[in-house]
Ligand binder design. Sequence first.
Ligand code: 5GP
Ligand code: ZN
Length: 136
Amino acid sequence: MDCVFCKIVRHELPAEILYENDKVIAILDINPIHYGHALVIPKTHCLDFLSVKESDLHDVLHVTQKVARAIVTTLKLEGFNIFSNNGRIAGQSVFHFHMHITPRYPDDNIKFVLQLKSYDGGAMAEYADKIRHHIL
Ligand code: 5GP
Ligand code: ZN
């Protein structure tokens, strides 16, 4: 499989491995938002958050917490972000599911540029209703 994270999982490509167990590997991101930016990756290939097996997701989240604690302690952080990009339009560039953990610092000027909306009339209830119908 020609997937960069699968190659890292198989130790065919070099990576700064922070932690690994039989299901999950955590590495430093090669192009960090801030130094210490880490990626937590299930060892079994899957495309994204929607397709990751429930038990792998559980293991990834568990390791994300473990590694985030270590990053916070090491870098004496006041805060950090965890996130996952899903789909090219959302910024995903490696199509093997992973969580990002990135340190945050005061005035680091990292932000989504958001124009927040409000719901008109019954739109909020309509959206909630439609989404509820698709929850399996
Ligand atoms: P995405 O854009 O899919 O949310 O995140 C993919 C991340 O993987 C990017 O932040 C990118 O810097 C990182 N990345 C891509 N290739 C490699 C690699 O070969 N080694 C490491 N350590 N990180 C990589
Ligand atoms: Zn893969």
